[in-house]
Design a protein around this ligand. Structure first.
Ligand code: UD1
Length: 362
């Protein structure tokens, strides 16, 4: 068997959750070089995930930090290019749809190094989202497209991509089953002073919401009027904008809203599994709600995770105050939750696809 040399590029919070099971699987028989772009750098946005999920310490940290899309992506690329040249990998593995994904994919493809994309084929069909641009570009540059769902395979087919496409299931489910199911929620509930079933969990970080005073204001108004308390884990970018837009006073004066700093994986799962529902604009958390059987209200007009909506576990309401309130009033748990995201062993399927394509096993 040939040992493959794989460079994995991560940088933002959801990528750490996705990389955890894949690193574990890859390192059994192959050499992985883990590169952290530094897109997320706060302890609570980065290190805590490595600690809790047992992700190996990155071999390289590019410490790129925050910035505009072009600056952030642009600054990563020459550093990644140099690293790829020096390390000479068989394949570069990128995850999801962030600027880190784009920089890793572009730098590798331009050097002729094969790109394998975990979470390929997702589409919101909204090009105003920076993530949509990242996904489309990286999918079209990728040699191996590791799709989480049937819908993502179909999206690629429509764009003429079929070679190298594998339906592997969702790696976030691997992490949920490996770590999430065994979490005892009691310490986190005590820490945040909430009782199971008596609150909604909320997260808001999409540029479309957090950069718009009107949308962020409407979301806050809705949260303040719900029938249960809202535990809101506030992303740093959203916190800054709540202050800059003058909305923070409304948040702080509402007894119904409890803001907390960004929460770790264990805290997130503890709160999510104990919540009456999730209110979010995160992609990953819509799925995590489904994995744990928690109904979700999505603060966007569209979703990449269409199965959650089709199966009745998720409803799209945008940032409309009345629509948010109506959806929350109507929250319910549908009778069935089919295994549309696979069986929790996506990392093994990813490993098999890499070995088959790049000759890992004879
Ligand atoms: C990024 C991804 C998004 C993903 C999200 C997960 C892009 C285009 N977006 O969005 O797809 O869903 O990560 O969280 O790549 N900040 C800190 N500390 C940190 C990181 C960020 O304070 O550790 C603040 C900075 O003010 C920064 C802002 O958050 O400017 C936005 O960070 P950035 O990584 O650009 O985008 P996210 O909104 O986190």
């Amino acid at each position: 068997m040939k040992r493959l040399k794989i460079i994995s590029v991560v940088g933002a919070r959801p990528q750490f959750i996705k990389a955890a099971p894949v690193c574990r699987a890859l390192r059994q028989d192959h050499d992985e070089v883990l590169v952290h772009s530094g897109q997320h750098y706060d302890y609570g946005m980065s290190d805590v995930f490595f600690e809790q999920l047992g992700i190996p310490k990155p071999d390289f940290n590019l410490a790129v930090g925050s910035g505009s899309h072009a600056r952030q992506t642009g600054e990563m690329m020459p550093m990644l290019e140099e690293l790829f040249l020096e390390q000479d990998p068989d394949v570069v593995l990128v995850y999801g749809d962030t600027n880190t994904t784009l920089a890793g994919g572009l730098a590798a493809a331009k050097l002729g190094v094969p790109v394998a994309h975990v979470e390929a084929g997702l589409r919101s069909f909204n090009r105003a989202m920076p993530e949509e641009i990242n996904r489309v570009v990286v999918d079209h540059l990728s040699d191996l497209l590791l799709c989480p769902t049937r819908a993502s395979v179909a999206n690629l087919a429509v764009e003429g991509i079929s070679d190298g496409v594998h339906l592997v299931g969702d790696v976030m489910l691997d992490t949920a089953r490996f770590f999430g199911d065994s979490v005892d929620p009691a310490p986190a509930l005590e820490q945040f002073g909430v009782e199971a079933g008596q609150f909604y969990l909320a997260t808001v970080h999409r540029a479309g919401n957090s950069d718009s005073p009107a949308r962020l204001g409407a979301i806050v108004e809705a949260f303040a009027q719900l029938d249960r308390r809202v535990v809101w884990a506030v992303h740093p970018r959203t916190r800054k904008n709540l202050i800059d837009f003058g909305i923070m006073q409304t948040v702080e004066s509402s007894d119904n809203i409890l803001t907390v700093p960004p929460v770790s994986y264990i805290e997130t799962v503890s709160l999510l599994r104990s919540a009456a529902g999730l209110l979010t604009d995160s992609g990953g958390m819509q799925k995590e709600a489904y994995f744990f059987g928690i109904p979700c209200v999505t603060l966007r007009e569209e979703t990449e995770w269409v199965e959650t909506v089709e199966l009745g576990w998720n409803v799209l309401v945008g940032a409309n105050r009345e629509a948010i309130r109506a959806a929350v009033a109507n929250l319910h748990r549908p009778a069935s939750r089919p295994a549309v995201y696979g069986d929790g062993h996506a990392a093994d399927a990813i490993l098999a696809a890499l070995e088959a394509r790049y000759g890992g096993r004879s």
